[in-house]
Design a protein around this ligand. Structure first.
Ligand code: FE2
Length: 359
């Protein structure tokens, strides 16, 4: 337990009281460090005792300047501050200062005089929550626990996002080094799937998952021998069988990665077909969800539209004809004609994110 008041002009040392209160607390193993800032000594003491009794490691400050100084002198998990600190200082400025720290501790503002201006200032300064005085201890502790949980969840999400960002940049590049003929394939498929998903009204959350699945869809090619992957010309049936293991291998590679299950599933399913004649599991129709069916179609479109070592790029008319012919066969019977119409009217611009919405 620490105090910030030792050097203050009007020092108030709550440390002994809060230390005593914390003895035998219910939460010693995971003590959260909290800074409390209030210019009223009685309120500060009561808050410190309440939080220390609940197992918090409490530090106190009695002014904005002292609060900011303490905040920057050691790490805190949570800050509680009065909204008005003296005649002119706003406690919400502590939240502004907390935003410059990494990680930034969440800030709860206490106020005896709720006002529109105060609420606006709190929002502007990224305050996590506001609690009205007189403070009900149970309500205050519940708010503190919830804000801490939300901050922890946000921290884990940020970690997950950064892991996914690394995955999403490293894996496609690794696949392209192994299989130079597919250079840029994953990035293009991301663009195609995202444009199609937006046009089909797929939710923003599913679109984000789909973008990641699109980037990673060929990750299983890492396990395919270069002699097959880089073979110029057509593959033998035995070689085709080996290459057809890459969706399953991709699923296995991603098995222990922290990500949504549907991302792994769409990777596994990206060579399935609407008519059930695809691989690896011969799934048919809506057994693959709409975002997965969009990925299946976009992946084929890119393979057709780009030149490969064994074939030239197909002209748009030939691709349109295939999509019409295979609607209800290889492709979703509603999705394929819509894409064929779009390609017919706009050519490859159809997949541009800025193209006019056709449906
Ligand atoms: Fe593939």
């Amino acid at each position: 337990m620490r105090t910030a008041d030792g050097a203050a002009s009007n020092p108030v040392d709550w440390s002994q009281q809060t230390r005593n209160s914390a003895t035998g607390n219910r939460n010693t193993q995971t003590s959260n460090r909290v800074l409390i800032v209030d210019d009223e000594p009685d309120v500060l003491r009561a808050l410190a005792q309440t939080l220390a009794h609940d197992g918090f490691d409490v530090s106190c400050a009695q002014s904005l300047a002292q609060g900011v100084e303490t905040l920057h002198s050691s790490p805190f998990d949570l800050v509680l501050t009065d909204l008005y600190l003296g005649p002119s200082d706003l406690g919400s400025k502590i939240a502004e200062s907390a935003q410059t720290l990494r990680p930034a501790p969440p800030v709860i503002v206490l106020t005896g005089k709720p006002s529109f201006d105060g609420a606006q200032a709190a929002i502007r300064h990224h305050v996590a929550d506001m609690v009205v005085k007189p403070v009900d201890p149970h309500n205050l502790l519940a708010t503190c626990r919830r804000v801490l949980q939300e901050a922890e969840l946000e921290r884990r999400n940020r970690e997950l996002e950064s892991v996914n960002e690394v995955l999403a940049s490293v894996i496609p590049r690794t696949i392209e080094i192994k299989d130079p003929t597919t250079s840029g394939h994953a990035a293009r498929v991301v663009g195609y799937t995202d444009t199609l998903a937006r046009r089909c009204g797929v939710s923003e959350e599913d679109r984000a998952s789909l973008r990641l699945a699109s980037l990673l869809h060929d990750v299983g090619k890492i396990g395919i021998p270069d002699s097959i992957l880089q073979k110029p010309g057509p593959l033998t049936p035995a070689e085709r069988e080996v290459i057809n293991t890459h969706p399953q291998m991709g699923y296995e590679v991603l098995r222990d990665v922290q990500m949504k299950e549907e991302i792994r599933l769409w990777v596994l399913q990206h060579h399935e077909r609407w008519d059930g004649k695809g691989y690896p599991n011969g799934l048919g129709g809506e057994e693959v969800t709409l975002p997965g069916r969009i990925l299946m179609l976009a992946e084929v479109y890119d393979a057709l539209a780009e030149a490969r070592s064994y074939k030239p790029a197909w002209p748009v008319e030939k691709i349109v004809a295939l999509f019409r012919e295979e609607a209800g066969g290889q492709f979703d019977p509603e999705l394929a004609p819509l894409v064929a119409d779009g390609l017919e009217q706009q050519g490859s611009r159809f997949f541009s994110p800025n193209a006019d919405l056709l449906f």
